[in-house]
Design a protein around this ligand. Structure first.
Ligand code: ARG
Length: 252
């Protein structure tokens, strides 16, 4: 009698273990998506405290269609590529330019947006592109961005802009705040972001630099399966009504 009970219990636990095993075998794979939490409308923290935005909703849609799970995690922009390489995150989806320099260390998806660099000043400023960028005036932008790299490579190294006049911020909104406060005389950044940031503010765009930058999703070079899923999902998204819906929702 007793041994029958033991046998029954043993069988039960075997079945349960089997179920748990089967459960984990069919569970969708989960990827951690790194974003800049201060990059509206692409990625930001919503009123409910959860990450959202054009890029965040894009990756959530792609994940659902392609059958994987995502966890969206804000990461300091300046260290976002090191975080990807260290496997703290699996994707970067936050208005990242697929630059030649970055292509040496990470892989990118297909392109989903194209930007150039815009320079804005306060509305009452009489600065032009030359005096703003190479006239002993302070220029602000976000640290670790293509804007910062362009200014360093073309103006600081060339001796047109002093290193002290290039003010680098942890996020883009901080640079706009300092332009408002008069701590910098101009801000250079991705045009779509500048256009959005100056809406309703006493600021104007004085010019653009045609850098022709492509926004794409970054992943580790060895993650070719993930790259294919993102590419397939992204091209599906860009052909779907959801793409237009997102553009409308975020006014882009
Ligand atoms: N496109 C520029 C870059 O890749 C600026 C991106 C800033 N993105 C962000 N999420 N802060 O460097």
């Amino acid at each position: 009698m007793k041994s029958k009970k033991v046998l029954f219990l043993a069988l039960c636990s075997l079945v349960m273990a089997g179920l748990v095993f089967a459960g984990s075998a069919i569970a969708a794979e989960k990827y951690v998506v790194g974003i800049d939490g201060d990059y509206p409308p692409y990625s930001f923290i919503g009123e409910d405290g959860k990450p959202t935005g054009f890029d965040v909703e894009s990756v959530q849609w792609i994940a659902e269609k392609m059958g994987f799970e995502v966890e969206v995690k804000p990461v300091a922009w300046d260290g976002i590529i090191p975080a990807l390489l260290a496997k703290k995150i699996d994707l970067i989806y936050s208005g990242m330019t697929a630059s030649e320099e970055r292509r040496k260390v990470v892989a990118f998806s297909g392109i989903y947006w194209v930007v150039n660099q815009a320079i804005c000043v306060r509305r009452d400023s009489d600065l032009n592109m030359i005096t703003a960028l190479a006239g002993k005036n302070k220029v602000g932008t976000q640290r670790g961005t293509t804007a910062a790299m362009w200014l360093e490579d073309n103006l600081v190294k060339g001796g047109y802009l002093s290193k002290d006049d290039l003010k680098l911020y942890d996020n883009f909104p901080l640079s706009i705040k300092d332009l408002e406060n008069g701590r910098v005389e101009s801000v250079m950044f991705d045009d779509i972001m500048v256009e959005k940031a100056i809406e309703g503010k006493d600021m104007k765009i004085i010019g653009t630099i045609s850098t022709g930058e492509d926004y794409a999703v970054a992943m580790r070079k060895e993650d070719t399966k993930l790259q294919k899923m993102i590419n397939d999902g992204l091209s599906m998204l860009m052909k779907s009504p959801k793409w237009l819906e997102l553009k409308e929702k975020y006014d882009m």
